[in-house]
Design a protein around this ligand. Structure first.
Ligand SMILES: [Zn+2]
Length: 159
């Protein structure tokens, strides 16, 4: 099920200690520091399904951490992305949304609002093969190694 994109109303700003240790380890392996703010940003991302923008993250996380700045949120998100804890979903218009779901999955984009939701359908690792059985071989000949693919279904919610 896809919910129709209402803003998240609650903001979890703390991680259970074990999760915080995992996040700390991943950040440190990527050469980034773990901070309370970064933990809070990750906790919020992990708790929502709406693929928020940096501004959405900022307005939610500042409820628990009133002194956090938008710049800190941006840096936290970039650190989480570089540590592989989140991914950045960019759009042609330069806007970005963040996702911390680690497994491969598809997205649905509401073209009216720009909101992104997870698509409730199983991920098919063979889909490229089905689309064009020779594609990966041709790309390999050109020196391109396929490491994955993304699929986004576009549309809008009717009023
Ligand atoms: Zn997602």
């Amino acid at each position: 099920m896809v919910n129709s994109g209402k803003k998240a109303t609650s903001a979890a700003v703390t991680l259970v200690p074990q999760r915080a240790d995992e996040v700390r380890r991943a950040l440190e392996e990527a050469g980034c520091r773990y901070t309370l703010q970064r933990g809070a940003v990750f906790a919020f991302l992990e708790g929502v399904k709406c693929h928020p923008t940096a501004e959405d993250v900022f307005s939610a996380v500042r409820r628990g951490l009133p002194n956090i700045s938008l710049a800190t949120v941006y840096k936290a998100l970039e650190a989480l992305v570089s540590a592989g804890l989140a991914s950045k979903l960019t759009n042609g218009d330069g806007s970005a949304r963040y996702d911390c779901r680690g497994d491969s999955h598809y997205h649905l984009r509401d073209v009216a609002t720009g909101e992104i939701h997870d698509l409730a359908t199983p991920f098919d690792p063979e889909l490229l093969q089905k689309l064009d059985p020779q594609l990966q071989e041709r790309l390999a000949r050109d020196g391109f190694e396929v490491t994955g693919y993304r699929l986004e279904v576009l549309g809008r919610f009717r009023g």
